[in-house]
Design a protein around this ligand. Structure first.
Ligand SMILES: [Zn+2]
Ligand SMILES: [Zn+2]
Length: 381
């Protein structure tokens, strides 16, 4: 390898491509392991980090970003765009400024922020299969960095909900090795794998699953009510336009009748979805726990079907690993794209109230109908 010099070949980043996806594609082209490529690009090794650190998805330190850009023959802006740093102004979950005085702020965001899916990602098989160009046919399509954002649950371009599990091992896509959960890429020292291959550790921890995420014929996740797909795609298109807005200070949405920036809208959407999830995703609450908002009954029904299906919930790592007693305070959101989309339609519906008082009244009715002692076991016992 040629540490210290530009690489013999490189790749231009694809639209919305993540740092993970770029390293997987370029290492495939160069016939390196992702870890070897990280060492050549200055992202791994030395005193800084032996492996590819998971926190690199937030931002790459300036001196290392310069080295990366020189060796991969990219501009500084192209390197920056592979991380979430340019998105921090519109999407609060990746904004690290609240942690500026905390030494371990990156770890806090990476490990504990529920609206950044750091331990795995959703994906669109048709995007990963590439656009038919020679370079994408060889090395695959773009792993969108936005697929790790909780409110990105559908691919508008391909008109489908996103998947989140490997079709072979049923582990969440690009899941971390449990033994090295702070790493950017699972089993990054394993050679010879396609960029769209699973890489999850198998029962023998040293071997990687060879399942593939780029099966364009793969069946998309379905909804019990097919009529809700289009409204889910419409919400996704609106969310995408907020995520990719150029000026974070611009007023681009309304929340409870008030004009807001994208960051304010996402903060309110997260708060609304947390409150709704506490009751709508609680499987043992008797129906109708939530009087559905006018026109949104179908989404509530779909969400309750998800909550009542233990098999479907068991495939959702966050919901599987947390008891529902803790779930409300965990502010979690389903990985399951249909359930996630329905929860967000309801949350967006709450924010469409004409003023904060109307939203508060809707919440009062909602919580007034719920026996909270069943949601939170420590209350009233
Ligand atoms: Zn797609
Ligand atoms: Zn797998």
């Amino acid at each position: 390898m040629t540490a210290g010099r530009a690489l013999p070949r490189t790749l231009v980043p694809l639209k919305d491509e993540s740092l993970t996806g770029y390293l997987l594609r370029l290492s495939h082209r160069l016939e390196f392991t992702p870890l070897e490529l990280g060492q050549v690009l200055g992202l791994a090794g030395g005193s800084w980090s032996a492996g590819l650190a998971g926190r690199l998805i937030l931002e790459i330190p300036a001196d290392r970003a310069t080295q990366f850009a020189e060796r991969a023959q990219l501009t500084a802006a192209e390197v920056d765009a592979l991380t979430y740093r340019p998105d921090a102004g519109v999407y609060p979950a990746v904004d690290v400024t609240p942690y500026a005085t905390v030494n371990i702020w990156t770890q806090r965001v990476v490990r504990f922020e529920p609206w950044l899916r750091n331990l795995s990602t959703r994906y669109c098989p048709r995007c990963l299969a590439g656009d038919g160009s020679i370079i994408q046919a060889r090395h695959g399509g773009s792993w969108s960095k936005y697929w790790r954002f909780a409110p990105v649950f559908a691919c508008v371009e391909h008109g489908r909900l996103l998947d989140h599990l490997c079709p072979v091992c049923a582990q969440p896509a690009l899941t971390r090795n449990p033994a090295y959960s702070s790493q950017l890429i699972p089993l990054s020292a394993v050679a010879g794998m396609h960029p769209a291959a699973c890489r999850a550790p198998t029962a023998d921890r040293r071997k990687a699953c060879h399942g593939r995420f780029d099966e364009p014929a793969a069946t998309a996740p379905t909804t019990a009510d097919p009529a809700i797909l289009q409204p889910l795609l419409d919400l996704q298109a609106r969310i995408n336009s907020l995520l990719t807005g150029r000026d974070p200070r611009e007023i681009v949405a309304t929340s409870c009748g008030r004009p807001v920036t994208a960051a304010q809208y996402f903060a309110d959407l997260q708060a609304a979805s947390n409150m709704l999830a506490t009751v709508a995703l609680h499987p043992s609450l008797a129906d109708p726990a939530l009087p559905p908002m006018p026109g949104l009954e179908r989404f509530y029904t779909e969400l309750r079907a998800f909550a009542a299906d233990p098999a479907r919930r068991a495939l959702d790592p966050l919901l599987k690993d947390h008891t529902y007693g803790r779930f409300g305070s965990q502010t979690a959101i389903p990985l399951d794209s249909a359930a996630c989309g329905c929860l967000l339609v309801l949350a967006d519906g709450l924010l469409s109230a004409q003023d904060p008082y109307a939203a508060a009244n809707r919440l009062a009715v909602l919580f007034g109908n719920v026996d909270l002692s069943r949601c939170l076991p420590n209350i009233g016992r």
